[in-house]
Ligand binder design. Structure first.
Ligand code: CTP
Length: 395
């Protein structure tokens, strides 16, 4: 995604310091950040901290000497791809809702055509005050967006609504709004990720090394492109992504049931999960005790979920993965045909630094019409992007 600009408006509240984390996260994602501070916010944290993190001059005084020949509130209002107001106080919400523009921040909000997102944080009683609630409602009716506060212990000691939403969540929402491709709006995308497990006894099970990273990257890419995403995930250590319907499962059978539940209403189904083909023949209710003999466990075949989806396909685009250690193209092509897929993403699991657990992968995507797309080693997120680019070219 080409670099975007966010103008962050900082208002005076104890949560000011949390805005530093949001700015740092946006910078890590290559977003240009320009900060405007209200006078009272500078009492909480020095502008220098925001200047250092944003790597841009911080503006707070509307009438200070212009550094360049441009009117600052107008130039920032034009430069913004999005404005984020954090923490948004009752004061700034009230001002904008009533058309008041009397300082650098409120004039810039008034002058911008970019989307404006408010992330409020304030005392519970203030937040619940009907005047504040009314102002929020009014701003929403003019298409201003809100990332509503959560409940928790507030700086004043009260417990209740008014705590700034999670900073990671705020930066993810902002990044998602900036995303340049929105070509999956109104599409239902179903993704599976991670391993499945098969239980042996109450304390033991077998599984595989899948980290889930590929499937999560696919789900996040689809979300940012505007899709409604359901992610059916085997056990993995990744944080639940915001804005995605994540369903946790453990076994092949649980994944099978959930996938079928969502299949009919899905437009695109991407099965990146490393599903176990075998399960234990019997499950021991009691912990298996050791003995002097070898332990023999019999495994029996389990569902081939993707094959079932291929057999029942109507108008979904169906994408599978193929992890191969030899004859990559031949094996992947066979899987694509056998499971009635539209695309298959093939990767060679013998390569170092890619695949399982890595943030990167090196894949070849094959299409049903016989095309072969080779990609360089890239991040899993970038692969997800390339995959949807291909899928969308077709439709
Ligand atoms: N898959 C599935 N159900 C299974 C096994 C695999 O839905 N029981 C799906 C995977 O999610 C993947 C694709 O099928 O999208 C291929 O998985 P893979 O493990 O590479 O192939 P298998 O069909 O299991 O064949 P093999 O293990 O013999 O290579």
């Amino acid at each position: 995604m080409s670099s975007k600009s966010v103008v962050v408006g900082i208002c005076g509240g104890i949560a000011v310091y949390k805005a530093l984390d949001i700015i740092s996260r946006l910078k890590k994602k290559d977003v240009n950040v320009y900060v405007i501070m209200t006078k009272s916010s500078t009492e909480f944290v020095s502008p220098l901290s925001f200047q250092s993190l944003s790597q841009n001059m911080v503006i707070s005084d509307m009438f200070e000497e212009p550094r360049a020949w441009e009117i600052q509130h107008i130039s920032l209002a034009k430069k913004a791809d999005l404005m984020l107001i954090v923490p948004a106080t009752a004061n700034i919400i009230g001002k904008v809702a009533n058309g008041i523009a009397d300082d650098m921040l409120s004039t810039t909000i008034m002058a911008t055509k970019a989307p404006v997102v408010f992330a409020p944080a304030m005392n519970t009683n203030m937040y619940q005050n009907p005047i504040v609630q009314d102002n929020i409602k009014r701003l929403k009716s003019f298409n201003y967006k809100f990332i509503l506060p959560s409940s928790g212990r507030l700086a004043c000691g009260d417990v209740g609504e008014g705590k700034l939403a999670d900073t990671e969540y705020i930066s993810e929402v902002v990044y998602s709004m900036l995303y340049d491709k929105k070509d999956l709006c109104n599409k239902e995308v179903l993704v599976t990720a991670g391993p499945t497990v098969s239980y042996i006894d109450p304390v033991r099970y077998i599984t595989n090394r899948s980290s889930g990273k590929m499937g999560y990257a696919i789900a996040e890419e689809a979300r940012d492109r505007g899709a409604n995403v359901t992610l059916i995930s085997g056990p993995c250590a990744l944080k639940k992504p915001y804005g995605i319907n994540v369903i946790d499962i453990n076994t092949n059978e649980e994944m099978y049931n959930k996938v079928l539940e969502y299949y009919d209403k899905s437009d695109i189904v991407i099965k990146s999960a490393a599903v176990a083909d075998y399960k234990t023949k019997t499950y021991s209710e009691k912990k298996i005790k050791k003995s002097e003999d070898d332990l023999k466990i019999t495994f029996v075949r389990d569902n081939d979920i993707l094959k079932t989806l291929g057999d029942r396909k109507h108008n979904q685009i169906l994408v599978g993965f193929a992890a191969e250690s030899n004859d990559l193209i031949e094996n992947a092509t066979n899987k694509m045909n056998k499971k009635n897929l539209d695309y298959i993403v093939a990767n060679d699991i013998t390569l170092k630094d890619t695949g399982f657990s890595s943030d990167h992968n090196l894949v070849t995507i094959l299409s049903r019409d016989g095309k072969v797309y080779n990609f360089d080693k890239m991040t899993k997120r970038k692969i997800a992007r390339e995959l949807f680019n291909l899928l969308n070219k077709k439709r």
